[in-house]
Design a protein around this ligand. Structure first.
Ligand SMILES: Cc1cc2nc3c(=O)[nH]c(=O)nc-3n(C[C@H](O)[C@H](O)[C@H](O)COP(=O)(O)OP(=O)(O)OC[C@H]3O[C@@H](n4cnc5c(N)ncnc54)[C@H](O)[C@@H]3O)c2cc1C
Length: 554
């Protein structure tokens, strides 16, 4: 293609998936990355444990695949997992070759950690701040690319589809996005030949979460409203070991994570009332059982003994070893929470950590809409099934970013790009008519609180039909009120996030109600076992949206 006709990519999000894609796409065309906060405010920055890849001489992709399938509780897409573990080796090797500073031993060999559910040591890491290192490593490279423009504090409001052309009802092709520039408070149209959702997860739909404030499920809501199918939203992963105390942190600060790698290095969960290690009562892999089992075990201990937390104890290990392996956690606990983990146990409890479901995509990251791809945590590729294996998500981000780019590059067609450009030129601008500044902003913060507490109380680690039906009745009312408020009010980022979060909560509850069995992260007291007839994916699609929309939007 000639350079004037070379494609323009709009990448939404600046975590590992968006940055990795942008770096590759810059070789084929121009790239704009929009991101709604500071550039590194992304779940990626918070990742501690590492990135899994069967690169050790003792390991192979088949073993990695088996562990992933076991964790996924019978619901993974085997082909997607196969792609993850095989392509994953190449992508991680690429990061190493690019110079990513993974931790090495004294002899200069890569150090492989082990985490829950992994049968081998296969987790590459940069001490216990892998995410921070990967994020800044990729950002450095993005800054050097002339073909990439990076815009911070730009929050996507809606995907631009054929629906936004005059006299068109359908929305089969995505033509870019409407984006709120938070500095000028204007909504701008960003036309694009290819739009890439890399907006991360939705952990903020719960009050206790390790996710940063940006994880409000925007990409899932944007795609769903535009007409994409959303898959398996009932599977929110609770990380078993988040710090149980908040210290003097302001509200909204993510709950501090204590990486699973610590249990990989010998830390043991104990009941603070008895001092006894309890995982032997729950699973043969003890403290390294899959996350859903460990989270439920902790939940059971908390409820049975009326505890506020359990202990995670690594104080029996050598102090120098602990400080060297976990410098971020050791320093944070000591300086900010006055806990010396070399001497005393750490109080922990489960917190929401990862969105296993998301925008349904094929093996190349393609969504149901032409020219819209979804990569990273926002996507449902099928690799996580009913429960994500630790350290598979950074991997998923780079594997499917690459595949999306390769798919676009291989199918690039000049005539189609030019046709899309003429559609882009006909897009209407955003219409603010009849909106005004809000009378009562406080309603927004009340709605956030209400949604989060109903998700925690009724859609938590242990669920039942009764609780879920109650949650659905409440979210329907709240969502209806939010849509009404949204239609009358000038747009702000808070309001956009609230609307998206409410939709994600509704999708989660509806999905959970559809799965009449317990599987992976979804545990129902009235259906405590796997039930083969209910094993299929839960999919909510545009037909469902249109039916619901009629109820709320007049
Ligand atoms: C505390 C913690 C520890 C973790 N540890 C590990 C680990 O050790 N190994 C592992 O594999 N995984 C880990 N994970 C999970 C992993 O970090 C994430 O799944 C992964 O980083 C997601 O990457 P992403 O690029 O898809 O999304 P993110 O990194 O979350 O980036 C999303 C981006 O999209 C932007 N965005 C969102 N909505 C909009 C919008 N409307 N408009 C514009 N921009 C928007 C955000 O601002 C952000 O820049 C951890 C997660 C957490 C929270």
């Amino acid at each position: 293609m000639k350079s004037t006709d070379s494609p323009h990519f709009l990448v939404i999000g600046s975590g590992i998936a968006g940055l990795f894609f942008a770096l590759k796409a810059a070789k084929h065309g121009s790239v704009t990355i929009v991101t709604k906060d500071k550039v590194d405010n992304a779940a990626t920055t918070y990742a501690q444990g590492g990135i899994a890849a069967a690169l050790g001489a003792w390991d192979n992709p088949e073993k990695h695949k088996v562990d992933t399938l076991v964790a996924g509780a019978g619901l993974c897409d085997e082909t997607a997992v196969d792609i993850l573990v095989r392509d994953g080796i190449k992508r991680v090797q690429e990061l190493i070759d690019m110079g990513m500073p993974f931790t090495r031993d004294g002899a200069g060999k890569l150090h492989f950690g082990r985490e829950g559910g992994h049968g081998e040591h296969r987790v590459l890491h940069a001490h216990d701040h892998t995410g921070r290192s990967v994020e800044s490593f990729l950002l450095d490279r993005v800054a050097k690319e002339q073909n990439i423009r990076l815009l911070t504090n730009y929050c996507v409001v809606e995907l631009a589809t054929e629906h936004h052309l005059k006299n068109r009802e359908n929305s089969k092709t995505v033509l870019g996005a409407y984006v709120l520039d938070e500095k000028s408070n204007q909504i701008e149209l960003f036309p694009a030949d290819f739009t890439i959702l890399a907006t991360g997860g939705a952990g903020r739909v719960y009050p206790l979460t390790t996710n940063p404030p940006v994880s409000t499920g925007d990409g899932i809501a944007l795609a769903y409203r535009a007409g994409c199918r959303i898959r398996n939203m009932e599977f929110f992963q609770f990380h078993p070991t988040a710090l149980a105390i908040r210290g003097k942190k302001p509200p909204g600060t993510p709950t501090f994570l204590i990486t699973e790698a610590m249990r990989g290095e010998g830390a043991i969960l104990k009941n603070p009332k008895t001092g006894r290690a309890f995982m032997q009562d729950y699973h043969e892999m003890l403290d390294l059982a899959p996350r859903d089992i460990v989270a439920r075990a902790i939940d059971a201990e908390l409820k049975r003994d009326g505890l506020d937390y359990v202990w995670l104890d690594i104080s029996h290990c050598d102090a120098a070893f602990i400080q060297e392996h976990f410098p971020l956690i050791y320093g944070t606990l000591k300086d900010e929470y006055n806990i010396d983990m070399t001497q005393e146990p750490i109080p922990v409890l489960p917190a929401v950590h990862y969105t296993c479901g998301g925008v349904m995509v094929d093996y190349d990251g393609q969504t149901d809409l032409a020219r819209l791809y979804a990569i990273g945590e926002v996507a449902s590729t099928g690799v996580h099934g009913g429960n994500r294996l630790a350290s598979n998500s950074l991997l998923e981000g780079i594997v499917f970013a690459e595949r999306a780019l390769v798919h676009i590059a291989q199918n690039l067609n000049e005539t189609e790009v030019l046709q899309t450009r003429s559609l882009q030129a006909a897009l209407t601008l955003w219409d603010h008519t009849n909106t005004k500044n809000p009378e009562e902003w406080v309603l927004v913060s009340h709605d956030f609180k209400e949604i989060r507490s109903l998700m925690w109380d009724y859609v938590g680690i242990v669920r039942s039909t009764l609780r879920l039906e109650r949650a659905l009745r409440r979210i329907d009312v709240i969502y209806g009120e939010i849509i009404d408020f949204y239609n009358r009010t000038k747009i702000s980022r808070d309001l956009l996030e609230l609307r998206n979060l409410a939709l994600v909560a509704q999708l989660t509850i509806r999905s959970a109600l559809q799965r009449k069995e317990s599987r992976g992260l979804h545990f129902m007291t009235d259906y405590p076992e796997h039930r083969e007839p209910s094993r299929a994916d839960t999919i909510l699609g545009p037909a469902h949206f249109l039916a619901r929309r009629a109820e709320f939007i007049k």
